[in-house]
Design a protein around this ligand. Structure first.
Ligand code: NDP
Ligand code: 8X3
Length: 255
């Protein structure tokens, strides 16, 4: 039986590169995203290699997600893998200057969207059983705070802890759960984060040799192709150019 992977946020960056990597290996694909034109173009391209189904859906919309998943044809009744990739950061200003709408959007997408997709697809993953996997895309921002990471980092810490907890609840089903936690990677992520500001995007990556979406796709492919008795719990990765800044100390304190 051909393996099927369901990938959220396949219209750019990691999700798109991951879709291409699995198509190359002949997996069947279910791809999601909000931008219909991009999704249609990717599905058309990859359908030359494998069976592809595109779902134009916003992961924040619980009812739409329920309807989209319920609409899957019977050949997708079991899934070997779910890649919960759709996500975003909005802004990097200090917390007191942030827009609450941006915070809502990050929570709704990175936490609630991932939560809905996971819960709705669990029966299909459990039906597959041994060898099935959920791969959640966290971030180093969930492990290490930096100025401006606040809610984004909090949502990614949720992803890591939710994933570990899920493993406990899936005991005996054969379904594996992994979080990958990338550091600096070059993608539209930084254009979205900085409201389309190309100069800030360029400055983010200048001279840094960031990880590329293809590197992440290769990592995801490796994780999801481990032998069925192996669970990679957590995998954190950074470009060689990135490390830790150390503790910050405010030396303006008087008395
Ligand atoms: P991109 O901006 O390139 O891709 C994000 C994807 O998520 C797009 O396909 C977008 O599709 C989709 N998406 C966003 N919001 C929604 C939504 N509400 N409903 C459905 N789909 C949505 O960024 P990356 O590929 O870099 O990011 C992918 C994941 O990796 C994210 O979870 C991000 O937090 C995480 N990450 C990124 C890092 C980086 O440095 N780039 C590092 C660590 C983690 P569309 O707009 O069409 O809906
Ligand atoms: C994205 C990585 O370091 O910009 O999750 O927060 S970082």
């Amino acid at each position: 039986m051909t393996s099927t992977v369901f990938i959220t946020g396949a219209t750019s960056g990691f999700g798109e590169a991951t879709a291409r990597r699995f198509a190359e290996a002949g997996w069947k694909l279910v791809l999601t995203g909000r931008r219909k034109e991009r999704l249609d173009a990717l599905c058309a391209e990859l359908s030359a290699k494998t069976e592809v189904l595109g779902l134009v859906v916003d992961v924040r919309d619980r009812q739409a997600m329920e309807a989209a998943i319920a609409s899957l044809p019977p050949s997708f009744d079991t899934l070997q893998a779910l890649v919960n990739n759709a996500g975003l950061a909005l802004g990097a200003d200090p917390a007191p200057q942030c827009d609450l709408d941006d915070w809502d959007t990050m929570v709704d997408t990175n936490i609630k969207g991932l939560m809905y997709t996971t819960r709705l697809l669990l029966p299909r993953l459990i039906a597959h059983g041994r060898g099935a996997s959920i791969l959640n895309v966290g971030s180093v921002a969930g492990n290490y705070p930096y100025p401006g990471s606040h809610v984004y980092g909090g949502t990614k810490a949720f992803v890591g802890q939710f994933s570990l907890s899920l493993r406990c609840d899936l005991r005996g089903t054969g379904v594996r759960v992994t979080t990958i936690e990338p550091g600096l990677c070059e993608s539209e992520f930084s254009l979205v984060r900085f409201g389309g500001d190309q100069a800030r995007y360029d400055a983010t990556y200048a001279g840094a040799e960031p990880i590329q979406p293809q590197d992440i796709a290769e990592t995801i492919f490796w994780v999801l192709n481990q032998p069925a008795h192996v669970n990679i719990n957590t995998l954190e990765l950074m470009p060689v150019s990135q490390d830790w800044a150390g503790f910050a100390i405010d030396r303006s304190v008087k008395g």
